[in-house]
Design a protein around this ligand. Structure first.
Ligand code: SER
Length: 583
């Protein structure tokens, strides 16, 4: 059995409910480009909102982290990874959490406890040293010498600067054939962290003040790839069963063996896998020059450049062959991979056709530039030309420069970039603040209609209905919600009639700004997959709807016209999708 399945089975047997992995691209959440941790979609629940599935949850969560992009190519970092997580929302706390982890590692995975070591939080001026956790570990047979007490930098976890947080205890495994030292030295790199149990009992506000959360929660995260490597006894993730077949395809298309030091092969494998997941997401991301689309473009183009470096035939279908192997691996775990297989292949194909047209000439241009350089820096004009004429993302130029011990005037590049009225990365991050991008009058109406639809579904189907996502164009709205059955015709008619009744009533739409806690306490609807800022906008429509939302919205529902459901269909397991229009 595979580790993912074992993990879910164990925690389900111990009273946890399996929840689906949230989308890689958080819908309606402009504050982050990708989901970066298993806990991120659960933030509203860690903050105190009751979760519809109860107090014990387990999942495997898709994550993309770009902070390590420069380390990609080594043996242990990936842009995409899966995190195994179990949560207690105000149910069990330190003792049971540690006991579950220990039981799973030593009895299910059969890892000898002699190969484990632990860090616990040593406390700081406000929070005492975590003796409770240390004592639980000792009661399980972990010796005092194998427990290290570390400070805030190591054993206190928070996603970003604010939000739910707490001390944690981390589990390390001795990944080496050397004799296991009696005393644990957390700086000894043979010890690798495999699991992090965070005891989330605090909330850190934007201004730095710490307050207690309504309940004491547990948030754990286990790096899937790393643990598989441990179980399979290898020190190179790319030599595990996760990557085996993918690397084999790369070996075949490049006609070269993977011996363990082929950085380009690892980059290709990593980047194509991540590109498959980004382009398979229901958000429909395509390569572009902003936001997730830009990341997708960068990943594909970097993979292509490394493929060329490896000598892979640029006119062959290698990129799709590698992607197909990735798809095969994951389609049984992630529905979007199965559903969007063709889309993924098309995205990869089109982007490689586009880049191939200019790659060869661009590489020549690059060689020319560096052979004529009279300093150690590629200037902004040259970097911009490589970008604008040859489609080289600036990061690609930087990488190639580095390989030649050169630098790039990146700041100057961005100046030129802005001059050309394209959005720089920073501007593109800023453009979303406080509202939906490019929202016109029609989109605004649809946006208000999603709130009415959400409220109507709750009235007609039940309070268990929660928004799972939405997507708006000027032609229609799409709304995904949790619901275990296909809506009957009567239900659809009732929902439609209710929304139209509210529109006719001319309900006023009002907005209040409040803290996230206040908002959740006041009963405002928060979307399952969303990560909120500390201060949020709460939109109310008469007394029929109250939701945390970035807006914008119409002033009065009578502006909406007539609401019509065009289609109701399955979106994924337990999630239905409505497409509707306003006339
Ligand atoms: N939030 C913690 C982490 O990402 C544990 O899940 O490591």
């Amino acid at each position: 059995m595979n580790l993912k399945d074992e993990y879910i089975k164990y925690f389900v047997e111990h009273g946890h409910v399996q929840i689906p992995s949230a989308p890689l691209i958080p819908e309606n959440d402009p504050s982050v480009l990708f989901n970066t941790a298993g806990m991120q979609p659960l933030i509203p629940y860690l903050m105190g909102k009751p979760h519809p599935e109860g107090k014990r949850l387990v999942d495997y969560q898709k994550c993309v982290r770009l902070t390590d992009l420069d380390s990609i190519g080594d043996k242990t970092h990936h842009t995409f990874f899966e995190m195994l997580g179990n949560w207690s929302l105000g149910d069990y706390f330190k003792k049971e959490s540690i006991e579950y982890s220990f039981d799973f590692l030593t009895n299910v995975l059969k890892i000898p406890k002699e190969k484990l070591a632990i860090t616990v939080f040593k406390g700081d001026k406000d929070i005492p040293r975590d003796e409770v956790s240390a004592n639980v570990w000792k009661s399980l047979g972990i010796s005092e010498e194998r427990i290290a007490y570390l400070g805030v930098e190591d054993n206190f976890w928070i996603a970003g600067d604010s939000g739910p947080c707490g001390g944690d205890t981390e589990i390390f495994y001795f990944r080496s054939n050397d004799e296991v030292p009696a005393v644990f030295d957390p700086n000894d790199e043979r010890w690798v962290e495999i699991w992090n149990n965070v005891f989330m009992e605090f909330n850190k506000a934007k201004d730095g003040t710490i307050s207690e959360l309504p309940s004491k929660n547990v948030d754990t995260g286990m790096g899937y790839e790393r643990v598989v490597a441990v179980l399979e006894g290898v020190d190179d993730n790319y030599k595990t069963s996760i990557w085996k077949e993918i690397i084999e395809v790369i070996e075949r298309v490049s006609n070269k063996p993977y011996l363990g030091n082929e950085v380009s092969m690892r980059i290709i494998a990593d980047h194509i896998r991540t590109s498959v997941f980004i382009s398979a997401d229901y958000a429909g991301i395509k390569p572009s020059n902003t936001d997730q689309g830009y990341i997708l473009r960068r990943l594909i183009r970097r993979a292509i450049r490394h493929a060329k470096k490896l000598g892979i035939d640029m006119n062959s279908d290698y990129i799709c062959e590698i992607a197909l192997e990735v798809i095969k691996k994951y389609e049984n775990y992630y529905k979007e991979i199965k559903d969007n297989k063709e889309v993924v292949l098309e995205v990869l194909k089109n982007e490689s056709i586009k880049f191939n047209k200019t790659l060869e000439k661009g590489l020549k241009e690059f060689s020319k530039i560096i052979s004529h350089l009279d300093s150690d820096t590629i200037n902004k004009e040259m970097a911009f030309k490589l970008y604008d004429t040859y489609g080289f993302p600036i990061e690609l130029t930087e990488e190639m420069a580095l390989e030649n011990n050169l630098k790039v005037d990146t700041d100057g590049f961005y100046e030129k970039f802005r001059e050309h009225q394209e959005l720089s990365r920073t501007a593109s991050a800023g453009k979303f603040k406080g509202g939906l991008a490019g929202t016109g009058e029609i989109e605004t109406k649809y946006h208000t209609a999603t709130h009415l639809l959400n409220a109507a579904l709750k009235k007609v189907i039940g309070n268990d209905v929660h928004q799972k996502g939405s997507n708006i164009t000027s032609e229609r709205m799409r709304f995904d919600f949790s619901c275990d059955h296909k809506l009957s015709d009567e239900e659809k008619q009732e929902v439609e009639a209710l929304v139209n009744k509210w529109i006719k009533e001319g309900l006023e739409v009002t907005m209040e700004v409040m803290s996230k806690e206040e908002a959740l306490k006041s009963g405002a609807e928060a979307m399952f997959i969303e990560k909120y800022a500390d201060i949020v906008n709460v939109y109310s429509i008469g007394d029929v709807s109250k939701e945390i939302c970035g807006g914008p919205h119409v002033k009065n529902t009578k502006e909406l016209g007539t609401f019509k459901i065009k289609k109701e269909e399955a979106s994924s397991a337990g999630v239905r999708r409505i497409k509707a229009i306003l006339e």
